[in-house]
Design a protein around this ligand. Structure first.
Ligand code: AQP
Length: 329
C-alpha cells in the first residue's frame, strides 16, 4: 500500500477550511492507503501559545480526528512531540536547506508580519514539516493550497539528500502533494479575499468544527456576499458567493454547477439557510462523538498506541538518515 502522512496544528479548533481542504480527505484515504495522521504541536509553538490551551487543544484535536472518522485500526494517530525523531530529523533537514529558501516561503512572510517578535522556529517550520513527511516514507501528503510551497521544498530536500548521501540509492521517498481540486483554499466569511484561518482574531471570519448549530447558522447568515442577488460561481467578481458555493458543495457532495442550477432565481437568504442546515447536518453528529470521546481513557489508549507505532517507523528512517550523513562510529 502507498503511504500517506499529514497533520494539523493544535493552534485553535480546526475550521471548516481545514476540514474541506484537508481533514475530510484524511478519512476518505484510509481505505486505500497506509495513513499516518499527526497532531503537530511542535509546529504550533512557532507562534506564541498558552500552555494550558495548547494542552487542551491537543487533546481536542485528537478527539476530533476520531470523531471525524479516523480509525485507529486503520491509521496511526499520534502527537508529534511524543516522537522525538521529528526534532532530530528536522535538525538534519535544517542543515541541508538554505536560509534563502526558507525566507522565500510565503507562509513565513505572512505569519512573521503578524508577529511582534518572530521566533527562529517560524523560519524553520518547513524543515520540521519536511522531517514529518520523510520519516514515514510518505508517497503523498493531503494538504490545502497554502501548504503547496512547503511540499515543493520537501521534494527539493529529498532530491538533494538522496543525491548528496545516497550513493545512487533512493534513501528517502519523494512525496507528492494531494491538493483537492475544489476547496483547497476556503476563504474567510467576512473577507472572502483572504484565507479562512483557525487563529483569526475575529471569530466571524470562520466556522469552527465545534461551533454550536445556532452559531453556524448565524455566521453563514452574516457572511459577506454582494448586491447582485444572483447565485453563480465567479471567484474574482463574486468571491463571497463563490466561497459559499464551494463550502456548500463540500458539505453535500453536490457539484457547483448542480447547485447553481438548483438556486437559479432563488435569493441569498434561502441559499444561506439551506447552507447552514447542510453544515449542521454534517457537524452535529461529529460533535456528539467528539464530546463522548474527549475525556475518555479510550482516547489516551489510542494516542499511546499511535505514538508507539509512529516511534518505530520514524526511528528507522532517522537512523537511515544518520548513517547516511556519517553519524556513526
Ligand atoms: N482556508 C483553508 N482552506 C483549505 N485548506 C486549508 N488549510 C488551512 N486553511 C485552509 C489546510 O488545513 C490543514 C491544516 O492546517 P494547519 O493546522 O497545518 O495550519 P495552517 O495551514 O496554517 O491553517 P490555519 O487554519 O491558517 O491555521 P493557523 O491559523 O493556526 O495558522 C493544512 O493541510 C492546510 O493546508
Amino acid at each position: 500500500k502507498k503511504k500517506i502522512f499529514s497533520g494539523v496544528q493544535p493552534s485553535a479548533i480546526p475550521t471548516i477550511g481545514n476540514y474541506i481542504g484537508a481533514m475530510k480527505h484524511f478519512v476518505d484515504l484510509q481505505d486505500d492507503y497506509d495513513c499516518t495522521y499527526c497532531i503537530v504541536n511542535q509546529h504550533a509553538i512557532t507562534v506564541p501559545q498558552d500552555p494550558k490551551k495548547l494542552k487542551q487543544q491537543t487533546r481536542s484535536l485528537a478527539a476530533l480526528y476520531i470523531a471525524l472518522g479516523l480509525d485507529p485500526n486503520k491509521s496511526t494517530i499520534f502527537v508529534q512531540s511524543e516522537v522525538p525523531a521529528h526534532a532530530q530529523a528536522a535538525w538534519i533537514v535544517q542543515c541541508n536547506v538554505g536560509i534563502g529558501e526558507l525566507e522565500r516561503m510565503t507562509q513565513y512572510k505572512d505569519k512573521s508580519q503578524k508577529q511582534e517578535s518572530v521566533s527562529a522556529g517560524l523560519l524553520t517550520y518547513p524543515p520540521l514539516m519536511v522531517a514529518d513527511i520523510v520519516l514515514y516514507n510518505a508517497d503523498a501528503v493531503p494538504v490545502g493550497e497554502d501548504q503547496k510551497q512547503h511540499l515543493e521544498l520537501t521534494r527539493d530536500f529529498v532530491n538533494r539528500f538522496n543525491s548528496r548521501y545516497g550513493n545512487g540509492n533512493q534513501l528517502l521517498v519523494l512525496p507528492e502533494p494531494l491538493i483537492p481540486k475544489e476547496g483547497a483554499r476556503v476563504m474567510s466569511l467576512q473577507t472572502p479575499t483572504k484565507k479562512m484561518s483557525k487563529s483569526d482574531k475575529n471569530i466571524k471570519e470562520y466556522i469552527s468544527l465545534l461551533d454550536e448549530p445556532k452559531v453556524i447558522r448565524k455566521k453563514i447568515k452574516s457572511a459577506v456576499t454582494d448586491s447582485s442577488g444572483v447565485i453563480s460561481y465567479d471567484p474574482i467578481e463574486k468571491p463571497g458567493v463563490s466561497n459559499l458555493l464551494t463550502i456548500y458543495s463540500a458539505f453535500t457532495n453536490q457539484s457547483i454547477p448542480e447547485l447553481v442550477k438548483q438556486y437559479d432565481g432563488v435569493g441569498y437568504g434561502q441559499f444561506k439557510t439551506d447552507l447552514g442546515d447542510a453544515i449542521v447536518a454534517v457537524l452535529e453528529p461529529i460533535q456528539e462523538k467528539y464530546y463522548a470521546l474527549l475525556d475518555s481513557d479510550e482516547l489516551d489508549a489510542i494516542l499511546d498506541e499511535g505514538a508507539k507505532k509512529a516511534n518505530l517507523v520514524a526511528n528507522k528512517t532517522l537512523h537511515k538518515m544518520e548513517r547516511a550523513i556519517g553519524f556513526a562510529r
